[in-house]
Design a protein around this ligand. Structure first.
Ligand SMILES: [Ca+2]
Length: 279
């Protein structure tokens, strides 16, 4: 009987070992499959950078399942051509940009008139001229007409994975962006912006959103595609960067912080002056 038991136990052990072996093989197979599935649509040359990003996201509190869902999404796409762009060279005061044409100034005046109450409230709260806030909206996106066509996720992912001088910056911005989307229960692929990852009618990058965006219409949500939230966020940004009404140097410095470009500073002040004169 003992032998039978022994034998029986032996068979049971053998089955047990076989089961474990098959289980391990299965787990390995699933892991390999999920890994390759995870990065299915991304050029293998970026594998190391992807592994690094995955680890970073895990450290930032993202679940592997969540990361996998994003990185295996069919909408994921890289745009290697954006990596070499400098973001400089645009002359905002050029005739081509059309900033000070009659129709352009009139559009600014209309925005000032349509949103006068909220803009005056913002002016009181933040101490920033409403014409300057409106000028930034005009120059950044032509009052929401050009908010960008690139999914922010894809732009930031591209700059993170394709080695370039912005890679570390883009990785930080990507993490912030995914965190914002998670908090707001927003599909990260649904937010479109500039190739540089700025979004909304005021074109904030994710870290600026986290630090300076505010709820301007009091609905409890900060939506930078909403004019009132964008107005308040611009004013808050300028105030945080030293804006003081009437002190030209402080005003110029705050605008320069928004966009590091002298022609941008000139353009914002010129447009604000033009809309003020006709309003
Ligand atoms: Ca809001």
């Amino acid at each position: 009987m003992r032998r039978c038991y022994d034998r029986g136990n032996g068979v049971a052990s053998l089955k047990n070992y076989s089961f474990r072996f098959l289980l391990i093989i299965n787990v390995l197979f699933i892991v390999i499959l999920s890994r390759s599935f995870l990065y299915a649509d991304i050029d293998p040359q970026y594998q190391d950078r992807l592994n690094h990003l995955t680890e970073r996201l895990k450290l930032e509190g993202f679940a592997e399942e969540e990361i996998g869902r994003i990185l295996s999404d069919s909408r994921l796409e890289l745009y290697p051509d954006i990596v070499g762009r400098s973001g400089k060279g645009l002359d905002y005061m050029s005739r081509r940009f059309g900033l000070l044409t009659k129709s352009s100034v009139e559009r600014g005046q209309r925005v000032l008139s349509e949103h006068r109450d909220v803009l005056e409230e913002i002016e009181r709260s933040f101490g920033v001229e409403k014409e300057v806030v409106v000028a930034i909206l005009r120059i950044e996106t032509n009052f929401g007409r050009n908010t960008g066509r690139y999914p922010v996720l894809n732009s930031l992912l591209t700059m993170t994975l394709v080695e370039n001088r912005r890679s570390a910056w883009a990785e930080d911005e990507l993490v912030e962006f995914l965190r914002i989307c998670r908090e707001q229960k927003k599909d990260p692929f649904s937010v479109k912006g500039s190739w540089a990852g700025a979004f909304g009618v005021c074109q904030f990058i994710p870290s600026s959103y986290v630090r300076f965006a505010v709820d301007g219409n009091g609905d409890g949500i900060i939506d930078l595609f909403d004019f009132r939230d964008a107005f308040a966020s611009i004013a808050n940004y300028l105030k945080a960067h030293g804006w003081e009404n009437g002190r030209l140097e402080a005003m110029r410095q705050a605008i320069y912080a928004y966009n590091h470009c002298e022609s941008y500073v000139e353009a914002v002040l010129a447009y604000a002056k033009a809309t003020k004169e006709v309003s």
